[in-house]
Design a protein. Structure first.
Ligand SMILES: NC(=O)c1ccc[n+]([C@@H]2O[C@H](COP(=O)([O-])OP(=O)(O)OC[C@H]3O[C@@H](n4cnc5c(N)ncnc54)[C@H](OP(=O)(O)O)[C@@H]3O)[C@@H](O)[C@H]2O)c1
Length: 280
C-alpha cells in the first residue's frame, strides 16, 4: 500500500495518453489524488483513464475549440482544481499548420495550454492554493521568441528550434502566471524532465530518428524516471518558493535561455497570446 500524499487533491493532467503524462497520472492517482486525464485520442487514453478511475477527456491541442470544450467539461466536473499539469507537447513539422492556422510547435506547446490555463483560472483560484506545472525542456536553450512573428510568417520555421521556442514560452508563461495570479493563491513552476525514452518525437521525422533508434537506450532515462520530477513538484503543491521558477529535473534554476527572464517578453507574449485566443 503506497502512501496517500495526494489525498484530497484534484488534478488535471494533459498529454496523459502516453509517456510521462500517463505515468504521472497513474502515480498521483495511486497516491490518493482525484485525477482527470486528457489527450487527443479517446482510444489511447482509455487504459490510463481506467487505471485512474475516470472517463477520458478528448481534446486535440491543434484545435483551439477543442481546448475551449475541454475547459468547459473540466468546469462541469470539478468545483476546484488543485493541480494543473500542462504536459502535452512535442515536436511537430512546422509546415503542418494547425486547424487554427498557427505553426504547430507554437500552438500545441504554448498557445493551447495558455488558453486552457486561463479558462481554468477560476477553478484554480477556487482551490485552497493551486499549482500549475508546465512541462518545459532543456530545448528552451535553442528557442528564440520573436513577438511580432510568433507564427513564422516572416522567417523560416525549423522544427527543433521551433519546439525549443515553444518550451521557452512555457517558462515565460510560468513567470507570467507567477506575476499575475499570486494574489489568487495560484503558484506556477516549469520543469525539464530529462531526456526521456518515451514516444517523444513520434510526430517528427528528425527527432524520431534519435528517439526511435537503438541509441535511445544509451541517451535516455526511463519514463518513470522522467515523470519523477513532475510528481515531486505535484506533491510539494503550491509552495510560494516554487513560483515562477524553472527546474531541471529536481534542481531549481535550471539552465535557461537569456530570453526567459526578459520582462518585455513575459508581458508581450502574454498579451499577444491573449489576443490570438481572443481572451476577453
Ligand atoms: N521525452 C523527452 O526527452 C522530453 C524532454 C523534455 C521535455 N519533454 C516534454 O515532456 C512532455 C511529455 O512528453 P513525453 O516525453 O511524455 O512524450 P510523449 O510520450 O510523446 O507524450 C506526449 C503527450 O502529449 C500528447 N499530445 C501531443 N500532441 C498533442 C495534441 N495535438 N493535442 C493533445 N495532446 C497532444 C500526446 O498525445 P498522443 O498520445 O495522442 O500522441 C501524449 O499524450 C512534452 O511536453 C515534451 O515536450 C520531453
Amino acid at each position: 500500500m503506497s502512501d496517500q500524499t495526494m489525498a484530497g487533491r484534484t488534478v488535471l493532467v494533459t498529454g496523459a495518453s502516453d509517456g510521462i503524462g500517463a505515468e504521472t497520472a497513474r502515480v498521483l492517482a495511486s497516491r490518493g489524488a482525484t485525477v482527470h486525464v486528457t489527450g487527443r485520442s479517446a482510444e489511447k487514453l482509455r487504459p490510463v483513464a481506467e487505471a485512474v478511475g475516470t472517463e477520458p477527456l478528448v481534446a486535440d491541442f491543434a484545435r483551439l475549440d477543442d481546448v475551449r470544450r475541454l475547459a468547459a467539461q473540466v468546469g462541469e466536473r470539478v468545483e476546484t482544481l488543485d493541480l494543473l499539469m500542462n504536459n502535452a507537447g512535442g515536436t511537430f513539422k512546422p509546415s503542418r499548420t494547425t486547424h487554427d492556422g498557427h505553426e504547430p510547435n507554437f500552438q500545441i506547446n504554448h498557445l493551447a495550454p495558455f488558453l486552457l490555463t486561463n479558462l481554468l483560472r477560476p477553478r484554480l483560484a477556487a482551490a485552497d492554493g493551486a499549482l500549475v506545472v508546465n512541462t518545459s525542456s532543456i530545448g528552451n536553450l535553442m528557442g528564440k521568441v520573436v513577438l511580432d512573428d510568433l507564427d513564422y510568417e516572416h522567417r523560416r520555421a525549423i522544427e527543433f528550434p521551433a519546439y525549443g521556442t515553444g518550451k521557452l514560452m512555457n517558462i515565460l508563461f510560468t513567470r507570467g502566471i507567477a506575476q499575475r495570479w499570486a494574489d489568487e493563491g495560484i503558484v506556477s513552476v516549469a520543469v525539464h524532465p530529462g531526456p526521456v525514452g518515451s514516444s517523444f518525437g513520434r510526430d517528427s521525422w528528425f527527432v524520431g530518428l534519435l528517439y526511435r533508434s537503438p541509441l535511445k537506450r544509451f541517451g535516455t532515462i526511463s519514463v518513470p524516471d522522467g515523470a519523477a520530477p513532475l510528481i515531486a513538484l505535484a506533491e510539494r503543491g503550491p509552495d510560494p518558493e516554487l513560483n515562477g521558477r524553472y527546474y531541471s529535473r529536481f534542481h531549481a534554476d535550471g539552465r535557461e535561455n537569456r530570453q526567459a527572464s526578459d520582462q518585455s517578453l513575459i508581458d508581450g507574449l502574454w498579451q499577444r497570446s491573449a489576443e490570438l485566443v481572443e481572451l476577453g
